[in-house]
Design a binder for this molecule. Structure first.
Ligand code: PLP
Length: 385
């Protein structure tokens, strides 16, 4: 088996659920979408949910519903998937980055406050905080900052689906105005492509539900064929067969999380006292969703290039990844935004050293042993030179 950093797990109950749904009267905009939203609401203890076609669509809809536009400033960490930066840029809002915390790899609340204090005339509209790798951000502190400086707090929860702060209590919507999920195949549950917005704000979700379907509203109110549009939207709808898969996957989320945590423990035990490597912060293992296991390797010290390391493991059928190239390094953002890399010492070191180890449900002990021993072998081979 090709061992990549992540992959879906689909069993016969998932397949049956999708097939059943395909035999239904409506394969989109039917009952399964409503049922999926209800299940998400219950599982993540929030009041309102809109299921949509991807995590990117989910964040775009939040941005549209909150009216991000020209003079609005949006702050985020550069160590996240680039979709949010693309959305901010497409809406012509202003985008600025805040460095990560060196231990959690999430947005650093101290650096965030320092940055906010220096903003002067800029209108801070929102902070988007990603729970990187599945580790919840310092939400209490972020919430305090959002109250103090009056900005919207948005949770990119795509990595942390199922993480808890309090036992058996999901947290995203306790602190953030909206929490965004992705159900891409590498995520903790999948619908193929798909996503959702979770919130306790009824108005926000009701607006998002219109915007996910072109902005259409008041259907059939005046005449049977009638509908109206007040704000243009898009087709960001999820199908019923994807929702049926989502419902079936959600039933397995707890066992998926248990396995992810078991794999994380294996890596912790193997790498914790090894030279040249740094394991992620372990403090929150029971409340961590372990979408990723980011291992930091001091390539400079071992005099080994990251690409050689990747090639070596590829020959063993192990395909690692790097999460992420800091967004400000992409040509477009680097050209457009005034970036001073000295503002991002933690992101720079992180990018230099990070590799994402494989972590997904169907990995077994033999795979894990092979991964760990292969990494140890190549590090040993180079460090003696
Ligand atoms: C942190 C983060 N945010 C947003 C997204 C976008 O989700 P999607 O791929 O479903 O559009 C992803 C997915 O890769 C992600 O990892």
């Amino acid at each position: 088996m090709k061992i990549s950093y992540g992959r879906q797990f689909i069993d016969s109950t998932d397949k049956k659920a999708v097939l059943n749904s395909l035999s239904g009267e409506l394969i989109t905009q039917g009952k399964s979408v409503l049922k999926f939203e209800k299940k998400l609401k219950n599982y993540f203890s929030c009041k309102y949910v809109a299921a949509v076609s991807s995590g990117t669509a989910a964040m775009h809809l939040v941005a549209l519903a909150l009216g991000w536009s020209k003079n609005d400033l949006i702050l985020m960490s550069p160590i996240t998937f680039l979709s949010t930066a693309n959305i901010v840029d497409q809406l012509q809002a202003k985008l600025e980055f805040v460095d990560i915390d060196e231990h959690t790899y999430n947005i650093c609340p101290n650096k965030l406050e320092k940055k906010i204090k220096l903003l002067k005339n800029k209108k801070l509209k929102a902070v988007v905080a990603t729970d990187f790798a599945g580790l919840p951000c310092d939400w209490k502190r972020l919430k305090q900052l959002s109250k103090k400086y009056k900005f919207d707090l948005i949770n990119d929860n795509c990595h942390a689906i199922g993480a808890d702060i309090k036992k058996n209590k999901s947290y995203g919507t306790d602190y953030a105005l909206a929490s965004v999920h992705s159900y891409h195949p590498v995520k903790n549950i999948t619908t193929g492509e798909g996503g959702a917005i979770l919130s306790n704000n009824e108005k926000l979700i009701s607006k998002i539900k219109k915007l996910r379907s072109h902005g259409v509203e008041k259907r059939g109110t005046k005449y049977p064929w009638f509908y109206d549009v007040n704000q243009p939207g898009f087709n960001y709808r999820i199908t019923d067969f994807q929702s049926a898969l989502g419902i079936s996957q959600l039933k397995k989320l707890k066992i998926f999380l248990k396995k992810r945590r078991t794999i994380a423990r294996y890596y912790f035990n193997f790498f914790k006292n090894k030279p040249y490597v740094k394991v992620p912060q372990k403090k929150f293992i029971s409340g961590h969703a372990y979408h990723l296991f980011p291992l930091l390797i001091n390539f400079k010290e071992i005099k080994l290039s990251k690409s050689k390391f990747f090639d070596y493991l590829k020959k063993k059928n192990i395909y690692l990844q790097v999460h992420y190239i800091p967004t400000y390094k992409f040509s477009y953002f680097n050209r457009k935004y005034k970036i001073n890399i000295n503002d991002f010492p933690n992101s720079e070191i992180f990018y230099e050293q990070e590799v994402s180890l494989p972590i997904f449900y169907s990995l077994n002990q033999n795979h894990l042993k092979k991964i760990c021993l292969s990494i140890e072998k190549i590090i040993n081979k180079f460090k003696v030179k």
